[in-house]
Structure formats: structure tokens, C-alpha cells
Design a protein around this ligand. Structure first.
Ligand code: FES
Length: 136
């Protein structure tokens, strides 16, 4: 899947212009994001946390293919959230469906860091894709 959701407002974001790091705490892995290599995968907004997760095989579930139509890509951005685009109303509506939402919660497919800060991100343990797509 992948692509855009025609039923929601366009998401505004500033693509990263320089390299930065994202630490995925549950995986114990820090990756370096290189703007030259974006998009890493084919789901979510290019340069989003879902895109980065796909590029580094970090296993963030994404039942709708990254078009802001589910809540399985829920992540918690512990550090660096201020360098990310603002959540749209559509994203916030979907986040309402996710368990364990915090003030630092985002949808991984919609959250795009601008590269000005390094990030610390948690993929919650309970982030399970109950409508799992086949590996592709
Ligand atoms: S993958 Fe469905 S909202 Fe992000």
C-alpha cells in the first residue's frame, strides 16, 4: 500500500536538509538519517518516522500503508518533537484510537523531523498490527 489519502488535508512539513540521528529506544538502535536517501521505504510521508523505520528494518507496524487511516504506527517522540511538523486534525483524530497515547505521541507515518534535532523515539510494545499485511 502507500500513497496519499485523498480524504484528509495535506500535511505541511519541512524536509530535513542535513543528517541527524534517531534513537529507537526499545530496539536499542540509533540510526543516522541521510536526507539524500529519503525516501527509505514506500509507506508514509517521505522522511517520516515510518519511512525511516522501514529503511532500517525497525518493525513499526503500519496497517493502512502510511496514509493516516489507522493508528498502528503510533510512536512516542521522547526527544526532538519540536523539530517535527505539526500534527494535523486528521492525525490527531486517528491518534485518539491508539492505546496509551501521551502528549508526545505521533503517528509515525505523518511525523516528519526537519533534521534540526536528534530524536529519541519509542515504538510501544503494544503497537501491534492486528490487520497485518504480508511482508513485501
Ligand atoms: S500507518 Fe496507518 S496511520 Fe500511519
Amino acid at each position: 500500500m502507500g500513497g496519499k489519502n485523498p480524504y484528509i488535508e495535506e500535511t505541511n512539513y519541512t524536509p530535513a536538509a542535513k543528517k541527524y540521528k534517531v534513537t529507537f529506544v526499545k530496539q536499542g538502535k540509533t540510526v543516522e538519517v541521510d536526507p539524500e536517501k529519503i525516501p527509505y521505504g514506500h509507506d508514509g510521508i517521505p522522511g517520516s518516522l515510518l519511512d525511516i523505520s522501514q529503511g532500517f528494518h525497525l518493525g513499526l507496524d503500519h496497517a493502512c500503508g502510511g496514509v493516516c487511516a489507522c493508528s498502528t504506527c503510533h510512536v512516542i517522540v521522547h526527544e526532538g518533537l519540536e523539530s517535527c511538523n505539526e500534527a494535523t486534525d486528521a492525525e490527531l483524530d486517528q491518534l485518539d484510537e491508539a492505546p496509551g497515547v501521551t502528549p508526545k505521541s505521533r503517528l509515525g507515518c505523518q511525523c516528519v523531523p526537519n533534521g534540526e534535532k536528534d530524536l529519541v523515539v519509542e515504538i510501544p510494545d503494544w503497537n501491534k498490527n492486528y490487520a497485518k499485511e504480508a511482508d513485501h
